[in-house]
Design a protein around this ligand. Structure first.
Ligand code: ADP
Length: 625
């Protein structure tokens, strides 16, 4: 291998590395680029109150994470916390300064980044001794707390601006009835400074709002008071690093204990306290400050002159609110200023069980659809049933006319008999009246006979009228033995005339069924007329028809049998079909109507041949009691 090719190896590897970097994600690529460049940058991060002290801990965490993510160089971030800021009477800082001095002697950091006002002050005060030429970035510091006289060309300030007027106006906007604000604040010099600032800034609101200061109370006492605040009072969370009793607090834990006992809503202007304890409003945004700080740090590390970078202090970000707190204190969303963001909204039951609810609703809808469909169908069926019953009633009426036509002679005979005896009796009575003295008792007897015959004739006419009456199908509670008896009454004379023995054997118990008496009479009438036709056959020696009723379990039974030739076995299955007839002048509608009427009464009819000969028709109807 030549010495030239050995020399060109690093260049080849670098190019290869860049190629690999091009194939990776931006973050991975930056990592590869960093290790290729190999320029380690040293960052000294100075905390104000300790690493876990809110709100500054949040700023520091964010800045550090973003810096590591975005830096094109490998970073060595060293963190130190200035604990002395947390005491009411800060002790001597000299030992801490000496410690830092010995630590960084000979290997100064590339930048010093301070978080919060106490760290900024410290860095400004001791920079000459500790890191004279190192650029200083003072971040997350309120602009009023910057020592402007001590700023140099080597410093960049990423300042924030507390707008207490806006923070308190937010309280009044949300809860217009607020009369007093209890301000929770500790007793460190920094907190005292802020107390004065707030008082000064809120002077114009003095008439409308009473400010109650908890700065000279122990935190324990603050908790006690916060749990029984009078109505229309709210709490404002300033800061709690050290209370009046000298007890040091972690702000976050302290705020949570306050939230647990307070009987009023808590407001704050710091983003890191938002999300669990405070209602919300316009607040500082950690993300905004962090991103500005990181961009400044990267520019300075890249060689930019700090004096060339200047910014206006960052104000509050757009207001944000905690939905849970709004609910808890009954603050309507309509009171929130336009452009507000509501966070931590708990999904309602509908949002939480969306799929399940959708499924259940779908099932309900399908079920409701089915039910309404079925109801509609049932209604249609009912209407159709009523319609068919009306038609049936009409048809039955017509066929009754034809049946009655067949019975005309016998009916005339039925009527003639009583009318004839009335005439004879009347003539006899007249003759008897001529006698002197007339036999009054005999005449009275004759008149009674006349009345009886008249009633008999009227009865025949009544029955005839009732069977010919055009009535719609109407159901009522009827006694079946009587209904059958009336039908038989209509044909008995015909049977007599044709020399047919028509016997009726009703059961000795009432048979209550639900039905239309006229329709059921027609059934019996049709069956008896058929039976009479059957036994009238010239060959028939016996001319008997037997009608009987009985109880068969929960059903009433009517049996109509005759001594006719019976039904040919091939016809048994067809006799109930419409237009089936074996008679030359038959219409074939009698049994079809009978079957339809019986089925409309939820009953059944069967035809069979008796072993002794002749047909037997059995009707069954449900009993109602
Ligand atoms: P139609 O009497 O007009 O023929 P039906 O429907 O009343 O119409 O009767 C149908 C047929 O059933 C009759 O033609 C007959 O063949 C048979 N039938 C009905 N009743 C009897 C009976 N009691 N004995 C023998 N056959 C019968």
């Amino acid at each position: 291998m030549s010495s030239d090719s050995v020399r060109s190896w690093p260049a080849v590897l670098f190019c290869l590395g860049l190629f690999v970097a091009a194939c990776l994600s931006p973050d991975q690529a930056r990592g590869v680029e960093r290790s290729l460049r190999g320029e380690l940058k040293r960052v000294l991060l100075l905390h104000s109150f300790g690493r876990e002290f809110r709100p500054w801990s949040e700023y520091a965490r964010d800045i550090k994470a973003e810096l590591e993510r975005q830096s094109p160089w490998p970073l060595d971030i060293q963190e130190h916390a200035l604990l002395t800021a947390r005491f009411n009477n800060p002790g001597p800082e000299a030992p801490f300064v000496e410690y830092l001095q010995s630590l960084y002697q000979g290997s100064l950091p590339d930048i010093v980044l301070t978080i919060g006002a106490p760290a900024a002050r410290f860095a400004q005060r001791y920079r000459a001794r500790l890191f004279p030429n190192t650029p200083l970035i003072l971040s997350a510091v309120e602009y009023r707390l910057i020592d402007r006289a001590d700023l140099t060309d080597n410093d960049v300030v990423v300042a924030i601006r507390n707008d207490f007027t806006a923070a308190f106006a937010n309280i009044l906007q949300l809860l217009p009835d607020t009369r007093a604000v209890a301000i929770v604040i500790g007793a460190s010099p920094l907190e005292k400074f802020w107390m004065e600032e707030v008082k000064r800034e809120l002077k114009p609101m003095g008439e409308r709002l009473e400010l109650i200061w908890y700065s000279d109370l122990s935190f324990e006492e603050i908790l006690k008071r916060a749990s029984s605040l009078p109505p229309h009072t709210v709490l404002f969370w300033g800061l709690m690093s050290v209370d009046a009793a000298g007890i040091v607090h972690e702000s976050d834990i302290a705020l949570r204990s306050l939230h647990a006992v307070a009987n009023a809503p808590i407001f704050s202007y710091q983003d890191p306290f938002f999300g669990g304890s405070t209602v919300g409003g316009p607040m500082h945004s950690v993300a905004e400050t962090s991103s500005r700080t990181v961009s400044v740090a990267l520019r300075v590390l890249g060689g930019a002159k700090p004096s060339s970078i200047t910014y206006e202090p960052l104000g509050f970000a757009a207001p944000r609110y905690d939905w849970r707190e709004l609910q808890r204190w009954g603050i309507s969303e309509s009171r929130l200023p336009p452009g507000s963001e509501i966070l931590f909204r708990e999904p309602n039951i509908w949002e939480r069980y969306r799929w399940q609810m959708l499924m259940i609703s779908a099932v309900f809808l399908v079920q409701a659809g089915l039910i309404s469909g079925l109801l509609h169908e049932r209604r249609r069926r009912r209407l159709a049933e009523v319609e068919s019953r009306q038609r049936l009633a009409e048809l039955a009426h017509v066929t009754r006319y034809s049946a009655v036509g067949e019975l005309t002679t016998s009916i005339a005979h039925e009527l003639n008999q009583p009318l004839g005896s009335i005439l004879t009796n009347a003539e006899t009575a007249e003759l008897m009246l001529r006698a002197a003295p007339p036999d009054i008792d005999e005449i009275r007897q004759i008149l009674a006979d006349i009345r009886r015959d008249d009633q008999r004739a009227s009865e025949v006419i009544r029955r005839l009228r009732s069977v010919l009456k055009k009535t719609p199908f109407e159901v009522r509670d009827i006694e079946l033995n009587d209904t059958v008896r009336e039908a038989i009454g209509l044909v008995s004379a015909v049977a007599d005339g044709r020399r047919i023995a028509l016997a009726y054997m009703p059961v000795l118990a009432d048979l209550h069924v639900k039905g239309d008496p006229v329709q059921l009479q027609q059934v019996v009438l049709n069956l008896i007329i058929n039976a009479m036709d059957a036994v009238s056959d010239a060959d028939m020696k016996k001319r008997d028809i037997a009608v009987s009723t009985m109880r068969a379990g929960s059903q009433a039974e009517i049996r109509i049998s005759d001594t006719g030739p019976g039904i040919a076995s091939a016809d048994l299955a067809n006799v109930f079909n419409p237009f089936f007839t074996t008679k030359p002048q038959g219409m074939g509608m009698g049994l079809a109507i009978v079957k339809t009427i019986i089925e409309a009464h939820h009953g059944a009819i069967a035809a069979e041949n008796q072993p002794s000969g002749g047909a037997l028709f059995t009707i069954r109807l449900p009993l109602i009691r």
